[in-house]
Design a binder for this molecule. Sequence first.
Ligand SMILES: Cc1ncc(COP(=O)(O)O)c(C=O)c1O
Length: 221
Amino acid sequence: MSEIVISCGGRPIIYATYRTIVDRGEKVIYATPSWNNNHYTHFLEGEHVVLETKVENDFMPTAAELKPLLKGATLLALCSPQNPTGTTFAKKQLEEICDMVLEENKSRSADEKPLYVLFDQMYWVLTFGDTQHYNPVSLRPAMKDYTIFIDGMSKAFAGTGVRVGWALGPKHVMSKMKSILSHVGAGAPWPSRKLPPNTWFRKRMLINTLLTSKAKWKNAS
Ligand SMILES: Cc1ncc(COP(=O)(O)O)c(C=O)c1O
């Protein structure tokens, strides 16, 4: 439990991650287009390090593009599947980024902050067809020390109004996030916490059925 934070949706969790990790003037690396990293960096008065992604990389950042930007950065914000593009990291693409982050952190001295990765996987259950979702820690277990997962019910279970989101990450980061969130009234609403999980799994099955029948209809026409 000390590596989990539950709050009222993804937004407070993202805000708390930024607030915990980024001090004023510190570098935040994020891709464009991406969802709202510009606003969170602005709130924190961080330095925006913006990487313009390319169509040939499915609008996802690559290790080669990120590498020259890493010096002094404290947060790398990644999102897969990505909003607004709907594209995902290929396995190799994400493996290369993880290796690069691990190498960067190995090169930092004990009094330097490590480079953390905010990994927003809000849409991960909504991949379709042959597309597979990958995450940094499954690919490279050593990434556990540096990855903050952002997840929730809003997209996966078509429950934006339910307002339940969660983060997984290193204990010392989660503990600070909890302290911040307890002062911004961002606990998940009691009725949402009590909803029977069944309701949501049934909804997920409905979404799958809808997508599958849509695909069948498309193939037939
Ligand atoms: C990529 C991404 N992460 C997080 C969120 C925030 O989700 P929530 O509605 O749970 O605050 C959104 C909402 O659109 C999103 O697109």
